[in-house]
Design a protein around this ligand. Structure first.
Ligand code: HEC
Ligand code: HEC
Ligand code: HEC
Ligand code: HEC
Ligand code: HEC
Ligand code: HEC
Ligand code: HEC
Ligand code: HEC
Length: 457
């Protein structure tokens, strides 16, 4: 065999070092704060000409808005706060869209205690000059070198919650001076520098945790939302305001307010347990969870694949890897009879005990059907061989409670799905099979009554 050329070896070794080798967390390799240069230097934009009624004497944030637009109302308090903070360096000027009337503008000013001037852009001239097509949009401008024109320092079209940080960053020059101890900034501020981390986070269940509650009609319930938001119960964190930009389990839920940049470094691994407690996450461990938080996952996916992953998350079809039961063999319901005769009797009379009947009538032993109509011989990914299912059992005890091998042989605990197990786990167990495709009218509470071991015959 011919020895590999020396240069090839060097190139190979260099590639390994450059990539840092495989990440022990199971993450794709990436560059933290890849967007920092963009935040520091801004975009280079041409100067614009504003109508005469807009006087720009020093750096000014032009905010194009409509008093009726809910997105504008959502960011109004944030921008008013910004105006106060930047008062020594610059101004805010609100530009009301052509369709606004004076009473609406007055109502907006009063409601959000706006202290900056508001001009009415009656003929849409200012919006045209700004290049703004939707509200809210914002441009940071400053007196220009050319007469009749202003320089554009940065543009946010559209403006979203948390961008006040970016406006200040542009004015301050050094954004790191802006982190105040224990102040929450929201995901958009972190994402301005940590773009890839933000895009990857958007592929995780944490990014839709709030919307799960909205779907359940539980968003306003503090007993639920404390674990489905960022910073509940912490000063400056989520305070019950349903319009807050701290909904969902964001960066600062794990990294603490301001991340490490406010001078306090929180260990993100220590944060998990407060939410992933025994009642809400089956057999959770940080090591099991970390590979599913890959902060650079987005870099390995194209735009189409990312959009598809987001769609699956929103539709409740994304895999839920944590929900896997502990490793082990299943035994079948006969092994439970001696100690749990009542549960065996009640289960025998449910549709679950007969789920193979319907399938057999269809003449199918397709493993793709068996995974929901029969019980696998062991936990883990569904088998692809029909012989690895307990077909005679249909959907039996261990489809819901997990493998009972250790429970029977050594009395180990087993998932009880009882009252101390909130909907988080039960719903997720049931919906591994009761998917929108197979059970479009699924509702947890009535379904639980139908299959309860304690129901009246
Ligand atoms: C102005 C840009 C900027 C913003 C905004 C920003 N970061 Fe960073 N962050 C950086 C830079 C630069 C590094 C260092 C990267 C490196 O290792 O070279 C970093 C590193 C980190 C690290 C890892 C390094 C460590 O010391 O632990 C974490 C975690 C982090 N940031 C979290 C956050 C969070 C959370 C937010 C939002 C509250 C945030 N960052 C906002 C620029 C930023
Ligand atoms: C503020 C509460 C909170 C914190 C802190 C938190 N999580 Fe979560 N996590 C959740 C919620 C709520 C969900 C479910 C969201 C949904 O699907 O609606 C979730 C879902 C997940 C999932 C996907 C669900 C599954 O079944 O596979 C993983 C993986 C995960 N978390 C890992 C972690 C790890 C690891 C940590 C710590 C580094 C952590 N989480 C910290 C609340 C939290
Ligand atoms: C102590 C923290 C905590 C509380 C309180 C909490 N949850 Fe959860 N919830 C979680 C965690 C963690 C997960 C992810 C579990 C997993 O996948 O391992 C989750 C998952 C869920 C899921 C499944 C998400 C999915 O992808 O289908 C639903 C639904 C849910 N929670 C609803 C609720 C409701 C409703 C309440 C209030 C009755 C509530 N949660 C209270 C922590 C909590
Ligand atoms: C569910 C918890 C969780 C959330 C949410 C989360 N992170 Fe992390 N983050 C972690 C953990 C855990 C680590 C790894 C720490 C370690 O290696 O010890 C980490 C590491 C990092 C690092 C260091 C990078 C590296 O490669 O080691 C940065 C930067 C970072 N996070 C930024 C962010 C940003 C920005 C967001 C929001 C878009 C975010 N994180 C959301 C848990 C989280
Ligand atoms: C030798 C007797 C014995 C056998 C056989 C047995 N169990 Fe149990 N099981 C118990 C006892 C005792 C408890 C109550 C104590 C406890 O909570 O651990 C229990 C509790 C349970 C619970 C409730 C756990 C909780 O936390 O609420 C479930 C679920 C369960 N068993 C399932 C099964 C299944 C499924 C089988 C058959 C594959 C089985 N058991 C076989 C003795 C047995
Ligand atoms: C993801 C889980 C899942 C898979 C995979 C699955 N089923 Fe089902 N199936 C269900 C559930 C849940 C029900 C009960 C729906 C209800 O009654 O609301 C059901 C009900 C049925 C029924 C009786 C009710 C009806 O729709 O008439 C038949 C027949 C059936 N399935 C056949 C099949 C066949 C054939 C396959 C394979 C091609 C299959 N199933 C794959 C979950 C699944
Ligand atoms: C479709 C899912 C499902 C199947 C299949 C199932 N269970 Fe359960 N089991 C539950 C739920 C949910 C609970 C919580 C209490 C309740 O609502 O009945 C529970 C509770 C239990 C308990 C705790 C004590 C009690 O009765 O509340 C035991 C023991 C138990 N099951 C054993 C079994 C055995 C043995 C089998 C098989 C013969 C079985 N289960 C099949 C869902 C299931
Ligand atoms: C392993 C897959 C699986 C799991 C897990 C599962 N089911 Fe089912 N379920 C089925 C199948 C398949 C059927 C349809 C049986 C048939 O008629 O062919 C069914 C039927 C039912 C039915 C009767 C049909 C209906 O829609 O009225 C109810 C009620 C039900 N399941 C409730 C639950 C509840 C509650 C849970 C969680 C505690 C659960 N199931 C967990 C697969 C599952």
């Amino acid at each position: 065999m011919r020895p590999m050329a020396r240069t090839a070896w060097v190139g190979f070794a260099f590639a390994l070092v450059a990539a840092g080798g495989p990440d022990p967390r199971g993450w794709t390799v990436g560059t933290p704060a890849a967007n920092l240069p963009v935040v520091l230097a801004g975009q280079s934009l041409p100067p614009i000409a504003l109508p005469k009624n807009v006087a720009v004497k020093r750096p000014t944030l032009l905010v194009y808005f409509s008093p009726r637009c809910s997105h504008c109302r959502h960011v109004a308090a944030e921008i008013q706060g910004l105006a106060t903070r930047i008062a020594t360096q610059g101004d805010v000027l609100w530009i009301a869209s052509a369709s606004a009337d004076s009473s609406e503008i007055e109502e907006f000013r009063k409601t959000y205690a706006i202290s900056s001037p508001i001009v009415h852009d009656a003929d849409a001239e200012i919006a045209g000059a700004m290049g703004a097509r939707s509200t809210p949009s914002a441009l940071l401008v400053t007196p220009g070198a050319k007469a009749g024109r202003v320089d554009v320092l940065d543009a946010w079209l559209p403006y979203v919650p948390g961008y006040d940080f970016l406006v200040e960053a542009r004015l301050a020059g050094d954004p790191f001076t802006l982190f105040r101890p224990r102040e929450f900034l929201g995901d958009n501020a972190c994402g301005s520098c940590h773009g890839l981390e933000l895009e990857s986070w958007q592929l995780t269940h944490h990014s839709i945790a709030w919307w799960t509650l909205v779907d359940d009609g539980k968003a306003a319930d503090p007993a639920c939302n404390r674990c489905h938001v960022t910073g509940a119960g912490v000063t400056g964190g989520f305070d019950g305001n349903l319009e807050s930009n701290l909904v969902n389990v964001g960066c600062e839920a794990c990294h603490g307010p301001g991340g490490p940049h406010d001078g306090t470094r929180d260990d993100p691994r220590a944060a998990c347990a407060a939410c992933h407690d025994a009642a809400h996450s089956i057999a959770f461990s940080v090591e099991k969870g970390l590979p599913h938080l890959d902060h650079y996952a987005a870099s390995a996916l194209g735009t189409v694949a990312r959009a598809e992953a987001r769609r699956k998350l929103a539709a409740g079809q994304a895999p839920r890897p944590l929900l896997a039961f502990p490793q082990g063999k299943t035994l079948g319901s006969a092994a439970c009879q001696a100690c749990h005769p009542e549960e065996v009797a009640s289960w025998s009379s449910t549709a679950h005990a007969a789920a193979m009947g319907d399938l057999k009538r269809e003449g199918s032993d397709d493993p793709g059907c068996l995974r929901c109509h029969a019980t696998a011989l062991r936990s883990g990914p569904p088998p692809t061989d029909p012989r690895e299912f307990r077909v005679a059992e249909s959907v039996s005890c261990e489809s819901c409670h997990g493998p009972a091998d250790a429970h029977v042989s050594s009395g180990a605990p087993i998932e009880g799905l009882g009252e101390d197990c909130p909907v988080c786990v039960i719903e997720a167990v049931c919906t591994t099979c009761h998917t929108p495709t197979w059970d479009p009218d699924w509702a947890l509470a009535p379904a639980l009554q139908v299959i309860s071991h304690h129901r009246k015959p």
